[in-house]
Unconditional design. Structure first.
Length: 456
């Protein structure tokens, strides 16, 4: 009988140690070691292995035989860098219920040209069938397997010979080599390693679905993120319909791409033109609303920033923001107070980004300030105007990157004016006859542009 052996693993980076240690020597995290039972089979010692691969000159490796496999969905393919690379391992992480399983199943069902094996350790085949009825099929070539044992999965992989494997989720897998329970650090590491070897040897791409932990990182050891080729994060607000698929790591493409989806009753729908849905009623004359021409990843789109400024009921004014960094909001308020003389210290300020999006682009600063000023003075921002600029600590409006993309997007969406920094270089801006470019150098100059034909 195999001897039972235990070892300690770092839950952050996956490093193994024979005894418990308080601080991981590898990733320097405190208190991350957990004990797990392991039983190694004899053939895993490195010396016993026969060499299976031979060194090859890089110039002699041919790429022609393995073009990228195009899957369902423009957004999904774009994020992967133009289709899935044969033999690559892709990890999709996200909160429970955000739509990871739906996305993976939809890709499988809507790509009839690719024989897919969808392996689920979380749902029964009947539940998956119910889901597939919801999202609708395009005559997909998709096999379902409900199995969590890695060795059994290998047997099925050799029998079915799929062209794409989906594992939902990597935390439910377990291999007989290790005795610790499914979801433990050593199991995840071993199973993901096994699947990686399978992918590289057979050139079949593997899509792993992974859980995330309380802090929002991918659950399991950090090594998981190191060994896979692509890490995608599916995020969004449960109370809103929009979901963003973001690439955090991509060995075969750019990590600046994002994909936008809308969760509907019949699955996820790709959003081709985000600006159209993120701005709802910019025609109405409402105070406290400003439109920002922002860029997320490579993609420009327009979002609506809403602010509400009201008299503070309690001594300490409240500041609250949804989708925007609260510390940045506090900084912008301090800038307004100090540099532009707006008395906001006795006011509650609430900020909201429409659509449940989270924005991190510093170019949204200008729209945030405009929305606050508009709400404070109860005057609507001049119609047809949007904003793109960063605000510095001394109240100066700083130029932002990808300005031309922002201006073109605003023009496409029918905006007549865009306010940018007066320090933006002329060379970076092309000809956009449909839109007037207004420049402001300091926040105190803003109100002149903001409330045209209206006096403060
Ligand atoms: P799911 O893919 O099961 O999430 P995950 O695998 O990330 O845990 O998505 C579940 C949620 O999506 C659930 O709350 C219901 C919703 N949903 C829809 O709104 N429409 C649909 O067509 C489907 C399949 C799910
Ligand atoms: Mg799921």
């Amino acid at each position: 009988m195999a001897k039972t052996k235990t070892a300690f693993f770092c839950t952050s980076c996956g490093v193994e140690s024979p005894k418990w240690i308080g601080r991981c020597p590898s990733c320097r995290e405190w208190n991350t070691y957990v004990e797990e039972t392991i039983t190694r089979s004899a053939n895993t010692t490195p010396g016993n292995k026969k060499a299976r691969a031979e060194p090859v000159l890089i110039s002699e490796i041919s790429l022609a035989a393995e073009p990228r496999i195009s899957l369902y969905g423009k957004e999904f393919n774009r994020i992967l860098g133009g289709g899935i690379v044969p033999g690559s391992v892709i990890l999709i992480g996200g909160e429970p219920g955000i739509g990871k399983s739906t996305l993976a199943l939809q890709v499988a069902l809507h790509t009839p040209s690719v024989k897919t094996l969808y392996i689920s350790g979380e749902e029964s085949s009947r539940q998956i069938k119910l889901r597939s009825d919801r999202v609708g099929s395009m005559g997909g070539n998709c096999y379902i397997l409900c199995e969590t044992n890695l060795e059994a999965i290998y047997t099925h992989l050799h029998k079915v010979k799929p062209q794409l494997v989906i594992i939902d989720s990597v935390q439910t897998l377990q291999t007989d080599n290790i005795e610790s329970p499914a979801g433990s650090v050593s199991q995840i590491r071993e199973c993901a390693g096994g699947l990686l070897r399978y992918a590289k040897e057979s050139s079949v791409p593997v899509l792993l679905i992974g859980h995330i932990n309380k802090e929002g990182g991918l659950a399991g050891p950090k090594v998981l993120e190191h060994i896979v080729d692509v890490v995608l994060q599916f995020e969004g607000d449960h109370n809103h319909l929009y979901r963003v698929l973001r690439s955090l790591k991509n060995r075969f493409g750019s990590t600046t791409e994002i994909g936008l989806y809308e969760m509907q009753g019949d699955g996820l729908r790709e959003v081709d033109n985000p600006s159209e849905i993120l701005i709802t009623n910019h025609q109405d004359n409402m105070s406290g609303v400003a439109i920002s021409a922002m860029v997320d990843g490579m993609r420009p789109f327009l979002v609506e920033i809403q602010a509400l400024v009201s008299s503070a009921v309690y001594g300490t004014p409240q500041r609250s923001s949804t989708g925007f960094d609260l510390r940045r909001l506090n900084m912008l308020l301090a800038v307004l107070e100090k540099r532009a003389g707006f008395r906001l210290a006795s006011k509650d300020v609430f900020l909201n980004i429409a659509g449940g999006l989270k924005v991190t682009d510093p170019a949204t600063d200008l729209a945030v300030i405009s929305a606050i000023l508009s709400s404070e003075s109860d005057l609507p921002v001049a119609q047809n105007t949007c904003f793109a600029g960063e605000v510095g600590l001394s109240g100066e409006i700083r130029p932002v990157g990808r300005l031309q993309q922002r201006i073109s997007e605003a023009e496409k969406m029918g905006f007549g004016n865009i306010v940018i920094s007066s320090f933006s270089k002329k060379e970076g801006i092309g000809k956009n006859p449909g839109i007037r470019i207004l420049r402001a150098g300091k926040v105190e100059q803003l109100s002149r542009l903001l409330f045209k034909n209206q006096t403060l």
